[in-house]
Design a binder for this molecule. Structure first.
Ligand SMILES: Cc1cc2nc3c(=O)[nH]c(=O)nc-3n(C[C@H](O)[C@H](O)[C@H](O)COP(=O)(O)OP(=O)(O)OC[C@H]3O[C@@H](n4cnc5c(N)ncnc54)[C@H](O)[C@@H]3O)c2cc1C
Length: 300
């Protein structure tokens, strides 16, 4: 979809509607949403992006460059220069130009994923109301192979699959928790308030929301939730989110991977140990293990 150029539309009011100097295109190709299914019942869908229009041949990265240059004469700049500027901004944590790009997502996810997600306070959120409406009959259940064992090193995490017998028992427990749904429905039909009746539903039940966030804070979200230490289920959504925004801000996503996701932070103690060749000066076992993992990545 291309917008006409070089015209001023007179509206009869004092608003002067200036058309763009160069042809613009719709970054979502005229689509109402770009959607990626997640697990059996969930999805993450991009429903809008700001800017929605960009000069033909450019992406939403153009809005970052425009803000960084605080100028409107960017049409003549080379795309490669824009890429260099975006990479510079991310490397030097000059982040406000990244806030000029915004994304609006529609997401369906289990309650326990939503609990983690909502902690990212810089987004604007509007959630399905289980006070107002009946909760749909959708529950998260991992596959047998995806029932994870409690990690012995990370008290907050799971790691390899647990034996099939125990996994089956767990899936049975989930099924029994889901079975409360019919009673939930019946009791709401008998007049129990929906706001109370929902208390009987497990956190595997799905909720939905619209989630709007700027690029800077979306990348902060992705940095925490695409990380291998995040819970697998929220990682699956975060990866879907990254796939959705990548075509819209390719330079930013590339720089994010290079300078954040696949980069490494070294502490003062770690730098001193590498420089001197003596063991890291800390008795903290976890800190030592983290340093060993970094050295392994560095081939030391
Ligand atoms: C692996 C993992 C384990 C976790 N475990 C737990 C847990 O056990 N218990 C728990 O409660 N939470 C836990 N969390 C949540 C975590 O503590 C953060 O709340 C969450 O990751 C959101 O991060 P954030 O505050 O940077 O994000 P945001 O809320 O999006 O904030 C982004 C940035 O804006 C700043 N900011 C946001 N709001 C304000 C404000 N009002 N004023 C000033 N600055 C603001 C923040 O400081 C931050 O720099 C965990 C998170 C992860 C990734």
């Amino acid at each position: 979809m291309v917008v006409p150029t070089n015209s001023v539309v007179q509206t009869g009011s004092n608003i002067r509607r200036v058309q763009p100097e160069t042809p613009m295109h719709d970054l979502m190709d005229g689509c109402s949403r770009w959607e990626i299914p997640v697990h059996q019942h969930g999805f993450i869908a991009l429903v809008d992006v700001m800017p929605r229009l960009a000069p033909v041949g450019q992406t939403a990265d153009a809005a970052i460059v425009q803000a960084a240059r605080v100028s409107y004469g960017d049409g003549t700049k080379q795309v490669s220069e824009d890429r260099t500027l975006v990479r510079y901004l991310l490397r030097h944590r000059h982040t406000t130009p990244l806030e000029m790009v915004e994304f609006k997502f529609h997401v369906a996810m289990p309650m326990f994923v939503a609990r983690q997600w909502i902690r990212h306070r810089t987004a604007n959120v509007n959630e399905y109301s289980a006070r107002y409406s009946i909760v749909p009959d959708r529950f998260y259940r991992p596959s047998l192979e995806n029932v994870r064992k409690q990690s012995s090193v990370n008290r907050q995490g799971g790691d390899e699959p647990i034996d099939a017998g125990t996994a089956e028992s767990f899936l049975g427990l989930l099924e029994r928790a889901e079975a409360n749904y019919n009673e939930y429905l019946q009791l709401t039909e008998k007049g129990v308030a929906r706001e109370l009746a929902r208390a009987a539903l497990p956190v595997s039940v799905y909720t939905e929301w619209y989630w709007k966030c700027d690029l800077h804070n979306t990348l902060r979200f992705l940095s925490l939730r695409m990380d291998s230490h995040a819970q697998q289920e929220i990682q699956d959504y975060a990866r879907g989110m990254f796939d959705l925004i990548k075509p819209l801000v390719p330079n930013s996503c590339e720089a994010f991977m290079d300078y954040e996701m696949q980069a490494m932070h070294l502490t003062r103690l770690e730098i001193e140990s590498i420089k001197s060749g003596v063991p890291i000066q800390t008795a903290n076992k976890r800190e030592q293990a983290e340093f060993e993992a970094k050295k392994k990545r560095l081939g030391l």
